[in-house]
Design a protein around this ligand. Structure first.
Ligand code: DO4
Ligand code: MG
Length: 282
């Protein structure tokens, strides 16, 4: 039996499952052993049907950790038309514009290494902007938890922090624009389900500065050009993930070109069914 709407949290105290308004403690086993199980959804369902919920406890009373152990984080790029457009604009003076149009239309997707666990922050944590960048943005993305055998185990929210001036100067600078300390955020929870999310699922981004909203935008998953399964198929071709991995599926929300993040900004990314990932720039 598999229950719907199970969320898995990693906290300072323990691993918790949320179902409806109830919280259950996962008594034993490491995070890596848990999130590499192909039967994760039915396993968690069986755990909570034989356990008692924690009395009177709410998830906000726990100190959350990013929901990652030894997994690598990879990312897909230019999977939405909005991303193709924004990259073509930022790279045009460097002559890099057409690369993005070509990858948007090619059969092979853009896939890049994004992060190791130590560079990832969780809900409430501080993401960073590079000290040598002057045009930085958050990228709100659906993140998929994939098992070592390539099965989808669940979904979380990802922030692919990016330095647009660095990637725009030369596409070969992409790793520097994307991979640095605290350049990735994941959380707050993993929605555990192997089923695809409805295509009407919305990804929303809000940015607040000094108590004021300075950007708001959203996209439905239906605007993604690629199938998540196809992205995983390419990622796992001749490539092994003994601890599974997270795959960020690309951004469809890009603030206007005049916008750059500043220290102190609050970034809120929400995805239907999963929740809201809140981070501060610092
Ligand atoms: O090609 C550059 C990065 C694209 C990306 O991160 C995205 O589309 O989300
Ligand atoms: Mg991205």
């Amino acid at each position: 039996m598999t229950l719907d709407g199970l969320k898995l949290y990693r906290t300072e105290e323990s691993v918790l499952i949320e179902h409806g308004n109830s919280l259950f403690k996962v008594e034993e086993g490491s995070w890596d052993a848990l999130v590499t199980r192909d039967d994760l959804s039915s396993y968690l369902s069986s755990l909570i049907t034989s356990a008692s919920p924690l009395p009177n406890k709410k998830i906000r009373e726990f100190r959350l950790k990013p929901p990652i152990g030894s997994q690598e984080v990879w990312a897909a790029g230019v999977t939405y038309f909005r991303s193709r457009d924004a990259r073509m604009e930022e790279a045009k003076t460097a002559g890099g514009g057409t690369f993005y149009d070509r990858v948007y239309n090619a059969e092979r997707p853009e896939l890049f290494f994004k992060s190791t666990a130590h560079r990832v922050v969780g809900d409430g944590g501080k993401v960073a902007i590079r000290s040598d960048a002057n045009w930085s943005v958050p990228e709100p993305e659906l993140a998929v938890l994939v098992s070592p055998t390539g099965n989808i185990l669940g979904y979380t929210i990802g922030n692919d922090m990016s330095s647009r001036d660095i990637e725009g100067e030369n596409p070969l600078y992409l790793p520097q624009a994307k991979v640095y300390d605290r350049s990735c955020s994941l959380g707050p929870a993993i929605l555990v389900t192997p089923a695809p999310l409805p295509s009407s699922t919305a990804i929303r981004l809000e940015i607040h500065r000094d108590g004021r909203q300075v950007f708001e935008g959203s996209t439905p998953l239906s605007s993604m050009k690629r199938e998540v399964k196809m992205l995983i198929e390419y990622l796992y071709r001749d490539n092994s993930f003994p601890n599974g991995c997270f795959l960020l599926t690309g951004t469809g929300v890009v603030p206007p070109d005049s916008f750059t993040l500043l220290h102190g900004d609050e970034i809120r990314i929400s995805i239907d069914q999963i929740g809201t990932l809140v981070n501060f720039v610092g």
